[in-house]
Design a protein around this ligand. Sequence first.
Ligand SMILES: C[S@@+](CC[C@H](N)C(=O)[O-])C[C@H]1O[C@@H](n2cnc3c(N)ncnc32)[C@H](O)[C@@H]1O
Length: 265
Amino acid sequence: MRRSERMLLIDLANSVQELTATLKELRESQREVLERLAAVEQGVERIHEVSQGRVRTQYAQIEDLLALYRDIDPSASLPRMRDWAAGPELLRFLYEEVMAHKRTRVLECGSGTTTVIMAYAMRSLGSGTVTALEHDPRFAELTRRELTVRGLADWAEVVDAGLSEVEVDGDLWRWYDTAAIPSGELDMLLVDGPPADTGLQARYPALPLLADRLAGYAVVVLDDANRPDERAITERWTGRFPQFELQRLKHERGTVVLRPTTRLQ
Ligand SMILES: C[S@@+](CC[C@H](N)C(=O)[O-])C[C@H]1O[C@@H](n2cnc3c(N)ncnc32)[C@H](O)[C@@H]1O
């Protein structure tokens, strides 16, 4: 083979090598682009799912709000149902629970819109009292005013119960002052306070401290059940109180309902 032919062959081999390397790089870039595209596609699907979920939630809330206005038929508008207050799904559930099961001895932790809605239910039933424990005197007063302007003061009582140290399961918790809680049996317990910023698993003590006052087929309701703290509380409650059956309601912030499988006391 002549020298010029050999040189040509070497050039050709180099070019093939370079082309192979370029092709490899191109394949690598193509793989990365495809991976990113798949991630974008997944992201778009997730956004679609989340927005579909939000639309469904908002639709359900509108339905529940309309149902509440229809069932209660109030002469003034109902109080706030966003932010700190329970949403229309939970409020409708509470109203119907009180009405359907004639829950006339209700205790709730954390006063507000829930107090007003359940007081309306008591008034429709013609008997019963909602007792709301409130750690913050300003909000206790606000809730009392909400009740009074609607003529509901006879159907609900807001009890000033500041947070104090209480021992549960060998640990100290900041919970409502137990000395302020009126005595007597309960057929419904709503746990919607104390607020999360008052301590870790702040709502846990409610059931251990009040379980022996629940009578008959009393129901326990926990709001904000999707939060990690309330998930942990639910797990502890169900472990410690196996006599209750757990139901999770698909409300925006999650609601847990515990019903006894057999008659209590
Ligand atoms: C999670 S919120 C729930 C209150 C009530 N169960 C409800 O859903 O309407 C807990 C706390 O919010 C506070 N709260 C009550 N009324 C309020 C108001 N009008 N504005 C801001 N916070 C309020 C009270 O301290 C209450 O204990």
